[in-house]
Write a protein that binds this ligand. Structure first.
Ligand SMILES: Cc1ncc(COP(=O)(O)O)c(C=O)c1O
Length: 371
């Protein structure tokens, strides 16, 4: 097979062990003689896989029993609506650090007053606004953040302290990349297709006691069955996340991916060490190389997952040449999002240190060739 270093922003590289075991399961799931895509989701082997997947989440992120872990369809974009549907009584607060955050806030407006606490739209979301927590209204039902801004390469890499209201986070593109104190959040959600699996399944980690509290609102109240998180958390019915047919294939890949994080990497803290090492290697090169410059204003806001850079001043005419040069060396998915331009390399969990070394070497070779 052709060597390709996959730096796509999502869907993206998966652990090869997870891909291999999924191929086997597609042929024969759990020694049943039936393939994964053909089994009933009510077979004991599948129910066990669901339970194990939930347990892997609990173990890896230390998720306490008062939180439910749901696997749903519709992508993170559907959660932009489902979160306010379940949690917004009167007012919600949002931090606008990118287009995904903006889209989330837009959906909330249908359910009640939506306050944009701070925004970095003025500079193409190239920074995380400072001191935003002081501006969060205490009477908001929740405060929504996007921890990692996939398109712009900025990240809130810590758990926010002293939030005056319940914290809700879209962690689509940095979940499982570092330890998270789940107890600081009422709800965490994201699409799986970066660090925890392929597209087709969405994770929601939600504290059970915050659900079923919509009293003041008339819009979408009562909640449609599929929109109400409690439908999917119906533990007593033993159908957790199986109210309707679950996407078994993406959930299986998630199971294998999480097993890899736990058993091969050694957990999320170890994963974080490796991610920091990969990220430092690339940022050092972006900062050193005379051909390039990073796009994020402040180094402390730089994402560990998505690394964005453009050609240095006076070198802009070499952009296409570098893209062709990198392509020739097997670099895939390094074109920056059209709103930022230049280049973006996503170093998600399954991206290897060797892949980053190859990219850095490619950047150095390009500099030498064009000096
Ligand atoms: C931070 C963030 N939120 C939300 C989304 C949308 O996810 P989905 O395509 O699963 O709806 C993305 C997609 O890249 C993302 O990066």
């Amino acid at each position: 097979m052709k060597t390709a270093y996959n730096f796509n922003a999502g869907p993206c590289v998966l652990p090869k062990e997870a891909v291999e075991s999924t191929i086997n399961a597609i042929r024969d799931f759990d020694n049943t003689g039936i393939g994964l895509m053909e089994i009933s989701h009510r077979t004991p082997g599948w129910e066990r896989t669901m339970e194990e997947t939930r347990q892997l989440w609990r173990d890896l992120l230390n998720i306490p029993a008062e939180y439910e872990i749901l696997f749903l369809g519709g992508g993170a974009s559907t959660q932009f609506m489902t979160v306010p549907a379940n949690l917004l009584n009167k007012k919600a607060a949002y931090l606008q650090t990118g287009v995904w955050a903006k889209k989330a806030a837009k959906e909330a407006k249908n359910f009640g007053e939506t306050v944009i606490v701070a925004s970095s739209e003025d500079k193409t979301y190239s920074y995380i606004p400072k001191n935003f927590i002081e501006k969060v209204p205490a009477d908001a039902d929740y405060f929504h953040i996007t921890t990692n801004n996939t398109i712009y390469g900025t990240e809130i890499k810590y758990d926010i302290e002293n939030c005056p209201t319940m914290l809700v986070a879209d962690m689509s593109s940095d979940i499982m990349s570092r330890p998270v104190d789940v107890t600081k959040y009422g709800l965490i959600y994201g699409g799986a297709q970066k660090n925890v699996g392929p597209a087709g399944v969405t994770f929601v980690i939600v504290r059970k006691d915050i659900l079923g509290k919509i009293t003041d609102r008339t819009y979408m109240n009562p909640l449609p069955t599929m929109v109400d998180y409690r439908t999917h958390a119906a533990e007593e019915a033993k159908n957790i996340s199986m109210f309707n047919t679950p996407p078994v294939l993406p959930i299986f890949v998630m199971h294998e991916t999480l097993k890899w994080v736990k058993d091969t990497i050694g957990g999320v803290a170890e994963m974080n060490k490796l991610n920091l090492k990969k990220s430092a290697l690339l940022y050092e090169e972006i900062d050193r190389n005379t051909m390039f410059r990073g796009t994020v204003e402040c180094k402390e806001d730089r994402s560990i997952m998505n690394h964005c850079w453009v050609m240095a001043e006076g070198r802009e005419n070499l952009q296409d040449a570098f893209m062709a040069f990198a392509k020739e060396r097997g670099m895939v998915g390094i074109k920056g999002h059209r709103s930022v331009g230049g280049f973006r390399a996503s170093l998600y969990n399954a991206c290897t240190y060797e892949a980053v070394e190859a990219l850095v070497q490619c950047m150095q070779d390009f500099e030498k060739a064009n000096k």
